[in-house]
Ligand binder design. Structure first.
Ligand SMILES: Nc1ncnc2c1ncn2[C@@H]1O[C@H](COP(=O)(O)OP(=O)(O)OP(=O)(O)O)[C@@H](O)[C@H]1O
Ligand SMILES: [Mg+2]
Length: 387
């Protein structure tokens, strides 16, 4: 699908961002490019759709030299998600998603059907969201639209540059899991850039670790975990890992102690502002520190139009599953999987909110335990695939 042959990029001023890169990416592969800031990930990605021209070497897309392809046409066949979303603020959600289909001349009805189909795919009710503007969405919702836009015209290849990088950890984990399910359905060729090893291990079929413009390891997630090529890769994996075995961990070891909350009496308008400010889709509702429930962006909108001062407690749903901080993590994991929630809330015996544990943080812990025990392959696939 994509081949790099002796590709080098030297910027003016002498930085050699990519050095003699040789890679072949097969159709249907989900390839993650990972490495520290400045190692050449974005440069590599942008050379594929020629937003950046290589200094030397050749890149092939579906067997043809990209340097010989029609630039405009090629870009329409390659979906691209840039960091920080990049939605057009003056266009509605529907128009943003349908950008490439429109350029390709799809008839209106086909475009509208495609927009509704895509919105439904990520759980955003089309009748509510299609006519909104990006500023009227939470950060996580904007990010979903950015991904849908890249999928809209069903491109052969999708390039994603840290698509979840700008989000808070909780929303980020939710989107990672959602995206993992999505990618399994889509079976697309995807080149995905990140510098988060947990994200790479969760999503990638193949992980390419870069440093200073060269590839230091090109392997499966299991290969990277079990046989890091050198100290550099080991330290990168090590940072994703925590030292303890999963079986010894308690909820307090992995919980996020500062979830985003809102007081029960506050208005819906304020809830929306908080979601936007912290780029989250849901808020835990508290009163005087005691957990009262959960409010999600999708519960908010139908009421928001009528009365933005309506207290959030009126539309909140009952608290998600709760656990205590001293509970073994394995027990909390059972709650998460049994109830199909993305998070469990951690409360004190008096009901005070102390934190949250998300599904994705559990996946991270299971990956870590594989890394430390060396024989937890089954756990990895249970954690990664069971979402
Ligand atoms: N337009 C440019 N002109 C000169 N140097 C550049 C230019 N763009 C990038 N570089 C340099 O090339 C190197 C690789 O940059 P690149 O953007 O590919 O890194 P990256 O791996 O995507 O990093 P990050 O994780 O921070 O996004 C860096 O040293 C950077 O400073
Ligand atoms: Mg970059």
């Amino acid at each position: 699908m994509v081949t790099f042959e002796h590709v080098t990029k030297k910027y003016k001023g002498g930085t050699e961002a990519v050095r003699d890169l040789n890679l072949t990416i097969e159709k249907g592969q989900f390839v993650v490019l990972i490495g520290p800031s400045g190692c050449g990930k974005t440069t590599t990605l942008k050379m594929v759709n020629r937003l950046i021209e290589p200094t030397s070497g050749e890149i092939y897309f579906q067997g043809q030299k990209t340097s010989a392809l029609n630039l405009v046409e090629m870009r329409r066949n390659i979906g691209y998600v840039i960091q920080n979303i990049g939605l057009l603020p003056h266009l509605t959600v529907a128009a943003n998603i349908a950008l490439v289909p429109e350029l390709k001349g799809w008839p209106r009805k086909k475009r509208e059907e495609r927009v509704d189909e895509l919105l439904s795919m990520v759980g955003m009710e089309p009748s509510i969201y299609r006519n909104r503007y990006p500023a009227q969405l939470s950060g996580g919702q904007q990010q979903r639209i950015g991904v849908l836009r890249a999928l809209a015209a069903d491109p052969e290849l999708i390039l994603m540059d840290e698509p979840f990088g700008a989000l808070d950890p909780l929303t980020r984990e939710q989107l990672q899991l959602e995206f993992k399910r999505l990618k399994e359905r889509l079976k697309k060729t995807i080149i995905f850039v990140t510098h988060d090893m947990n994200e790479a291990l969760l999503l990638g079929d193949r992980i390419i670790v870069m440093k200073d413009g060269v590839v230091v390891q090109d392997d499966t997630p299991e290969g990277i975990l079990r046989h890091p090529a050198n100290e550099f890769v080991a330290s990168f994996v090590g940072r994703a890992a925590k030292p303890q075995a999963a079986s010894d961990l308690l909820v307090r070891d992995v919980m996020n102690p500062a979830p985003i909350t809102i007081e029960a009496k506050r208005g819906l308008g304020e809830a929306l502002k908080r979601m936007q400010k912290y780029k989250v889709d849901s808020l835990l509702v508290v009163s005087d520190g005691v957990l009262r429930g959960l409010v999600q962006a999708r519960d908010l909108y139908p009421h928001l139009i009528r009365d933005e001062r309506l207290p959030v407690e009126e539309v909140a749903t009952p608290p998600p599953v709760t656990v205590t901080a001293d509970m073994p993590l394995s027990q909390a994991a059972v709650h998460l999987t049994a109830h199909g929630h993305n998070l469990v809330a951690v409360v004190s015996p008096e009901g005070r909110l102390e934190g949250v544990v998300t599904r994705a943080s559990l996946v991270g812990v299971l990956v870590d335990s594989l890394n430390t025990s060396g024989d937890g392959g089954a756990q990895l696939s249970a954690g990664g695939g069971g979402q």
